[in-house]
Write a protein that binds this ligand. Structure first.
Ligand SMILES: NC(=O)c1ccc[n+]([C@@H]2O[C@H](COP(=O)([O-])OP(=O)(O)OC[C@H]3O[C@@H](n4cnc5c(N)ncnc54)[C@H](O)[C@@H]3O)[C@@H](O)[C@H]2O)c1
Length: 263
């Protein structure tokens, strides 16, 4: 069954699009008819995702951009408009984690995680909103927060704090951009099968003397739907928020956690 074409004619940017959740969102947006800019600091990975979308009959372009660098984020939007004529949707999704105990965190650890997860999200919102306001046709901004915003983890306090701040930044941005018919929402994934959770499991399992995979297995006991989520589970929600069906939704933070988090 082919996907609905809810995003036909829309131009979109997905940061962190080369892998994991971002890659699944790029593919889903491509299937739903959007032109897709796959933005990532891993250019080779972004090119592979863009090539796969084009091979499947979609429209895509890869761009190298480090979201911590405002100049590169502004250039990412400018190059998108140059190539596709406009910008309708941005998914600020690039993010990093570090697994480290609270009392061992250094100032550098803190700054690095906030720079990608929080400052990078701000730069993406600003650059996209400026373009959308200039176009005068509204727009959609979706940001990847995390269940960690709701249920903080002692192994990554700085990451949890960055994601809590993303939820708050999204709410303030939703109010600021509502007069321009730009909606801003966040998604809060739980335990998604990507390189990020593989890394978390490896470090925590080793720290606690458990076999690899055991940390994830134990966490799954708290997931009512009982399975690790796929990046595609997040992509479905992001595509909905980018679609016309979500026109009256703004400032929200949606859990997509298989029921692990319900508030
Ligand atoms: N995996 C999970 O369980 C999970 C859960 C909740 C939230 N998240 C969030 O989802 C998002 C995607 O995570 P993922 O699991 O797909 O991770 P991933 O590591 O599989 O992919 C992240 C992508 O972001 C890119 N990236 C990292 N820093 C960047 C930067 N400075 N500029 C541009 N690109 C950069 C990487 O190259 C990579 O392609 C992140 O914001 C993460 O915090 C993930």
């Amino acid at each position: 069954m082919s996907a609905a074409q809810r995003l036909a004619g829309k131009v979109s940017i997905i940061t962190g699009g080369a892998a994991g959740i971002g890659k699944a969102v790029c593919e889903r947006f491509g299937q739903e008819g959007a032109s897709v800019v796959v933005a990532d600091y891993n250019l080779a990975g972004a090119e592979a995702v863009a090539a796969a979308i084009e091979a499947a009959g979609g429209r895509a372009m890869a761009l190298q951009a480090d979201v911590t660098d405002k100049t590169q984020v502004d250039a990412m939007v400018a190059k998108t408009v140059q190539a596709f004529g406009r910008l309708d949707v941005i998914h600020n999704n690039a993010g990093i984690i570090q697994v480290k105990a609270l009392l061992d965190l250094t100032e550098e650890d803190w700054d690095r995680v906030q720079a990608v997860n929080l400052k990078g999200t701000l730069f993406g919102i600003q650059a996209a909103a400026r373009q959308m306001i200039a176009q005068g046709t509204g727009g959609r901004i979706v940001c990847t927060a995390s269940a960690a915003a709701r249920r903080p983890n002692p192994y990554f306090a700085h990451y949890s704090a960055s994601k809590g701040a993303v939820v708050n930044l999204v709410q303030a941005s939703a109010v600021a951009l509502a007069p321009y018919n730009i909606t801003v929402n966040s998604v809060c994934p739980g335990i998604v099968a990507t390189a990020m959770w593989e890394h978390i499991d490896k470090v925590i399992s080793s720290e606690e003397g458990l076999p690899v995979g055991e940390t994830i297995r134990r966490r799954l006991e708290g997931v009512p739907l009982g399975r690790v989520q796929a990046p595609e589970d997040v992509a479905g929600l992001v595509a909905f928020l980018a679609s016309d069906d979500a026109a009256y939704i703004t400032g929200q933070a949606y859990n997509v956690t298989g029921g692990m988090v319900m508030t």
